[in-house]
Design a protein around this ligand. Structure first.
Ligand SMILES: Cc1ncc(COP(=O)(O)O)c(C=O)c1O
Length: 325
């Protein structure tokens, strides 16, 4: 894909490693399981958002923004990576986090503070509902903020994951299916865009980790719209339809951010077979989906299934009691 015309700010270390998980593959006795290590993307303890932020903050610099705003849940990995990227670029960062100020800063909240972010607590709202108000307030104070939407999911953010599929196919082109956690949708949409553009036959299976998305009838349509809008940024008039989106709702468990027995098992299994840390909110649920599908016999031993590790391990420290109970 030709990225020349698109503003981009280097923030992480790419390509991220891709390797086989021999012990996990042997323990589950199913297909060959590979992993793409975006948990090692380099900035601020890693994660998938670094890819989106390279394009989003490239766009912010192009627009001469002088501060960054974004939003998410209290333990948002996206907000932590945005705070780090803004710090690296010497831009003040304002975070709108769901919930109330905790008595002790743990996990991602601790890291947000170390990166110097200014945190506003948003109570029930964890998806950036108040972001416009904050933007107006900062504008009235004479600042020129760049708003990174919730999860970094807009047409620009998607480009990070379109580039990511191209990167993966250059590393290993014979993967049959990719399994990944899907939440705000741009990782999924970017992968769809690149799959179409590169005429790849790889199957994309997003694991929905948020019941709120499930309730939102139009979520598949939202992902398709993101892919279509992102294609336009790339100069392509490609339309994507909701029925092209493979979003698996079978592994929602108790809901967003709730750690159940299945997620605990997945975290322990990866830690104790491969020495790899999953996170409690996103990658644990995606791995629950992968494990369940292997156990159901969905794949043959010849198939190559890739788990896209999208990061998030810093949140483990905020879940220590639930993890060890
Ligand atoms: C660790 C982790 N995995 C997956 C996702 C989901 O990515 P997306 O929001 O692009 O669907 C997120 C989003 O916050 C995340 O933090």
């Amino acid at each position: 894909m030709n990225w020349q015309s698109i503003a981009k700010q280097s923030l992480g270390f790419f390509p991220t490693p891709l390797h086989l998980l021999p012990a996990l593959s042997s323990q589950l006795a199913g297909p060959q399981i590979y992993i793409k290590r975006d948990d090692l993307s380099g900035l601020a303890l890693g994660g998938n958002k670094v890819r989106k932020l390279e394009f989003l903050l490239g766009d912010a610099l192009r627009q001469q923004a002088n501060c960054i705003i974004t939003a998410g849940a209290a333990q948002s990995n996206h907000c932590r990576q945005t705070a780090a990227a803004a710090a690296k670029l010497n831009l003040p960062c304002f975070l709108l986090l769901g919930g109330n100020a905790p008595s002790e800063a743990q996990g991602n909240v601790l890291l947000d503070k170390l990166f110097g972010a200014q945190i506003r607590w948003a109570g029930e709202q964890r998806k950036g509902e108040g972001i416009d108000v904050l933007e107006q307030q900062l504008r009235s104070e004479g600042l020129n903020p760049y708003v990174v939407p919730y999860g970094g999911s807009d047409a620009v953010g998607c480009l990070g994951f379109a580039a990511a599929l191209e990167e993966l196919l250059q590393q290993q082109s014979d993967v049959d299916e990719i399994i990944f956690a899907s939440s705000s949708g741009a990782s999924h949409a970017g992968l769809m865009l690149a799959k179409r553009y590169l005429q790849s036959t790889i199957k994309l299976r997003g694991i929905n980790i948020d019941k709120a998305n499930h309730a939102e009838q139009s979520f598949n349509q939202r992902i398709a719209n993101l892919a279509s809008a992102s294609a336009l940024r790339f100069g392509l008039k490609e339309a994507f339809a909701a029925d092209e989106v493979c979003l698996d709702d079978a592994y929602l468990g108790e809901g967003y951010g709730i750690l159940g027995d299945a997620e605990r098992e997945a975290i322990m299994l990866l830690a104790q077979t491969e020495g790899i840390l999953l996170d409690p909110v996103y990658t644990a649920k995606a791995m629950v989906g992968l494990i369940a599908r292997v156990r159901q016999g969905c794949y043959s031993p010849q198939q190559k299934i890739l788990f896209w590790h999208t990061g998030g391990a810093p949140a483990l420290f905020a879940y220590s009691q639930q993890l060890l109970s």
